[in-house]
Ligand binder design. Structure first.
Ligand code: NAD
Length: 490
């Protein structure tokens, strides 16, 4: 698009939010943001230049002392007002989430209700930034640890739960007394900018939150290298997380990484097979499988394998695929049509190496059918790689020990589940699963604002949610007070 064309349509371009002001990027770069269902332009979004990123960091840096020192009741009030504003703007936000990210109706509503709860949880933690009193060796010496805000935190967010995951970073950072620079996904910039408009309406002081869609590599490099940014919190793919970790190694930036998964869902012989089928279906097909916690490897003990496969494929075939606005739709569009090619590759590779396609394997533009592969083995791409679509593998295990071995046979370690009525066995497996999260008799997809969410291995490090976020986003300081005079050695 030429600069003149951009000038002519500037009113339609979603601006950046820097230092409390909505403004166009200083280099007048604009990107097209597509509707995943129609592939038509949903929005034109202004792109931050290097100068704009610097301005956003500078604004957050200027605002940090006043925000950290603002009385708790005022910070709480802003977070609670933001929750109320989301509730009042539900229809508007729901439509943006559906149209910009392809979320089905129910998933969009889930993100909204989650964010309302999240902001209330974060408001409740403003006065819970506590430390310890510490016994000291020296007579008359009192010790304490206190938690202080870090200052400026930057967040880089993914497309798949764009409102929830970006808000999680922002809400806890602000609650802990930090200021923030948010770079939303290029696929969901408008949703990211809505977060700015919610806080603007809630009365957040200028500079405390800045939202800057822009070229990801350039923005990321500046955020990772600017010494005024004290921490970067990233949610996204392991590929990008690894790049950021390399940069953090040079700049020594505090970093949390919430990355991909290949999450095992184990079904043991004594499980209720119908219940297991329902849990597995929700675990893989929620948001068309574009979930880091998706149940993308279903491992079934031999005794239940055949009946599970038959019932699960029947359930998958019954799921309505189509327009995400329709509340009856379960499977909406993938974020981009190109993602269908990745899933096709996984299907073709698996079938060529001997897997059986029980259903699906086809798509209509960005609408990919619920897909089930059986007989998947470790030499197949779909066994190891994140597909990020409505496709899962059902793998047979001779017994519970083999199920556990297969479950841990992955470079990832985010979520996991085990279905059994034997709680003793379930706990034993839960303790030995190499995953940050384990759900017994539940599906792998679960999140609440106050739980320590996160993974191990290539799924990342650091935890998000409630107290865990408050700990990650504050610095411990040790303070001592000497009552009377201590004796020094010389
Ligand atoms: P992505 O890694 O492609 O992008 C994530 C963010 O990083 C986006 O904002 C993107 O613009 C930015 N980015 C891309 N290249 C960058 C670079 N070189 N430097 C800095 N930033 C860069 O991920 P995605 O496709 O948006 O999301 C899907 C991935 O996210 C999946 O792997 C999924 O498992 C993962 N995810 C993880 C969690 C979790 O909590 N563990 C949650 C949701 C999604």
């Amino acid at each position: 698009m030429s600069k003149n064309e951009i000038k002519a349509m500037v009113k339609e371009i979603s601006p950046l939010f820097i230092d409390g002001v909505w403004r166009q990027g200083s280099e007048q770069e604009v990107s097209e943001d597509l509707n995943p269902l129609t592939d038509e332009v949903y929005a034109f979004v202004s792109q931050a230049s290097a100068k704009d990123v610097d301005d956003a960091i500078a604004a957050a840096h200027r605002a940090r002392v006043a925000w950290a020192n603002m009385v708790a009741s005022q910070r709480e009030a802003i977070l609670i007002r933001a929750a109320d504003i989301i509730a009042a703007r539900t229809d508007e936000l729901r439509d943006v989430i559906i149209e910009e990210s392809g979320s089905v109706f129910g998933k969009a509503m889930f993100e909204i209700s989650y964010c309302i709860d999240l902001l209330r949880v974060a408001a409740g933690l403003v006065r819970q930034v506590t430390g310890d009193t510490l016994p000291m060796t020296e007579p008359g010496q009192l010790g304490m640890s206190i938690r202080r805000p870090l200052g400026v935190i930057a967040g880089i967010a993914p497309f798949n739960a764009p409102f929830l995951l970006a808000m999680k970073k922002v809400a806890f950072a602000l609650a802990a007394g930090n200021t923030f620079v948010l770079k939303p996904s290029e696929y969901t910039s408008v949703i990211g900018l809505k977060i700015a408009s919610i806080f603007e309406e809630a009365g957040l002081p200028a500079g405390v939150l800045n939202v800057i869609p822009g070229p990801s590599q350039m923005v990321g490099e500046i955020l990772m290298n600017d010494p005024r940014v004290k921490m970067v919190t990233f949610t996204g793919s392991t590929r990008v997380g690894r790049l950021l970790a390399e940069q953090a190694g040079k700049s020594l930036k505090r970093l949390t990484l919430e990355m991909g998964g290949k999450n095992p869902f184990i079904v043991l012989n004594d499980a209720d097979v119908d219940y297991a089928v329902d849990a597995a279906a929700f675990g893989i097909y929620f948001h068309q499988g574009q979930v880091c916690m998706a149940s993308s490897r279903i491992i079934v003990e031999a005794g239940l394998f055949d009946s599970f496969c038959q019932k699960f494929a029947a359930k998958a075939k019954s799921l309505k695929v189509g327009d995400p606005h329709d509340p009856a739709t379960i499977i909406g569009p993938l974020i981009r049509r190109s993602q269908c090619a990745v899933i096709n590759t996984h299907v073709e590779d698996a079938v060529a190496k001997g897997a059986k396609l029980l259903c699906g394997g086809k798509h209509d533009d960005s609408l990919y059918q619920a897909t089930v592969l059986a007989g998947v083995t470790s030499d197949m791409k779909v066994y190891a790689e994140e597909s990020f679509g409505p496709i899962t593998s059902v793998i047979k295990a001779a017994d519970s020990e083999e199920a556990l071995r297969i479950a841990n046979d992955t470079s990832y370690g985010l979520s996991s589940a085990v279905m059994t009525n034997d709680l003793q066995k379930a706990m034993d497996i839960a303790l030995r699963l190499e995953a940050g999260m384990v759900h017994i008799n539940n599906c792998t997809v679960a999140d609440e604002p106050h739980v320590p969410f996160g993974g191990v291995k290539n799924s990342g490090f650091g935890r998000e949610g409630g107290r865990a976020s408050m700990d990650e986003m504050t610095e411990l300081k040790w303070i001592t007070t000497q009552l009377g005079k201590r004796k020094f050695p010389f």
